[in-house]
Each structure stands twice: as structure tokens, then as C-alpha cells.
Design a protein. Structure first.
Length: 119
């Protein structure tokens, strides 16, 4: 199951649950592509309900990150379990993604990014 919500204007939270294997990665990709195709380019992925992520999940995240950045947005990851963090680290992707402890922290980081530097 994948829940999609918008707790903040122009920021969307995608919350997959369970294992992100090849099958689930396809569903997540479909959800993300739908948002991005509609111009929704500020996305938080809430990993609180995810117990495992395969390389297919990484592929989906990388492609989505590229697309949102091409639209001038960004994507943040939140509440990743130790297992998911290990997958990111072992693949060398922990430096590509901004990882936050909670969804509210990820949303705040996206808001700060959109606001730009204070002059």
C-alpha cells in the first residue's frame, strides 16, 4: 500500500509500506510519476512503514530525484529504518539523498530550500 498526502502546500508525502521489492517498486514508481507528471516536484518519501528495500527501489528513487530536480524541486527521505539506511550506504547513495529523522524535519528542509538564502 502507498499513501500519498499533502500536509503542506506544494509538498507531497509518499508513504510506502512493507517490503520494497521489484513488484512494490513498480507501484511506487507509478505513484511518483503521477505526482511529477502533474508538476508536483517537492516530495518526501516516508519510510516509517518500510521494512526492506531492494535495488529496484533505489532505481525508482534515483529516477524520481532526477525528474523533480529537473523541475526545480527536490525529494527528501524520512524515517528510514536501519535496514533501508544500510542499503543506501552500501550502494553509495547516502550522499545523493537528504535523509531526515522525521517527516516534519524533511518538510522543514524542503521549505527552507524553497525559501532560498536569506539576504
Amino acid at each position: 500500500m502507498i499513501l500519498v498526502s499533502s500536509p503542506e502546500e506544494d509538498i507531497w508525502v509518499v508513504a510506502p509500506e512493507g517490503r520494497i521489492d521489484l513488484t512494490a517498486a513498480g507501484s511506487i514508481e507509478e505513484s511518483l510519476n503521477g505526482l511529477i507528471s502533474e508538476g508536483r516536484a517537492n516530495i518526501v518519501i516516508d519510510f516509517a512503514g518500510v521494512t526492506y528495500m531492494a535495488s529496484a527501489g533505489l532505481r525508482v528513487l534515483i529516477l524520481a530525484l532526477r525528474r523533480v530536480r529537473n523541475l526545480g524541486g527536490d525529494m527528501r527521505l524520512a524515517a528510514a529504518s536501519t535496514n533501508v539506511q544500510q542499503v543506501l550506504k552500501m550502494s553509495g547513495m547516502e550522499t545523493l539523498f537528504s535523509l531526515h529523522d522525521t517527516v516534519p524535519h524533511a518538510i522543514s528542509a524542503l521549505k527552507a530550500r524553497r525559501a532560498g538564502p536569506i539576504v
